[in-house]
Design a protein around this ligand. Structure first.
Ligand code: ADP
Ligand code: MG
Length: 156
């Protein structure tokens, strides 16, 4: 199974996708999120936080760049690399997160593509109406290809 598409008609359906994906997460899971301002990258990330049992409020990490949360199941690393130059990103030592024991979500991940692990799930979110969004999932690596197959099996 290569790419996979999901149509969300509202915030709840975006949260549902996040929940379904969260059931597949493990240590070292890396997901990138791209899409215009207001597409739903942070909204999706907040739903992932809830699915992981994070008790704190998950905020947009635009200014903090990286925020670490303790989930019930796995640590959750939430990044927004929009304001970072490739050089600055390089100096942050992102591999410690990517190859660590938690789940990493990178808003605007495509901007630091050369620093991302080869194995990752790329998600592009497009506006399709006021509340409608298209999520395009592009797996890189076998585990994420299997994920996309599972989503389809589950009738998403
Ligand atoms: P980004 O992080 O991509 O800039 P945000 O998640 O901050 O986007 O903002 C998305 C906005 O769109 C929120 O105000 C959210 O309530 C709204 N929204 C409306 N419909 C949806 C949907 N189907 N999925 C996600 N967000 C939606
Ligand atoms: Mg955001």
């Amino acid at each position: 199974m290569s790419s996979y598409q999901y149509r969300s008609r509202n915030v709840e359906e975006t949260a549902f996708l996040a929940q379904q994906l969260a059931g597949l997460f493990g240590p070292g899971t890396v997901i990138t999120l791209d899409g215009d301002l207001g597409a739903g990258k942070t909204t999706f990330s907040q739903a992932v936080g809830r699915a992981l049992g994070v008790k704190e409020t998950v905020n947009s990490p635009t200014f903090t760049i990286i925020k670490e949360y303790r989930g019930e199941t796995l640590p959750f690393y939430h990044m927004d690399v929009y304001r970072l130059s490739a050089e600055e990103a390089d100096e942050l030592g992102l591999d410690e997160y990517f190859y660590g024991s938690g789940v990493t979500l990178v808003e605007w991940g495509s901007l630091i593509e050369e620093l991302l692990p080869e194995s990752r799930l790329e998600i592009r979110i497009e506006h399709a109406g006021e509340q409608e969004r298209i999520f395009r999932l592009q797996p890189h690596g076998e585990p994420y290809r299997k994920w996309c197959g599972k989503l389809k099996e589950n009738g998403l």
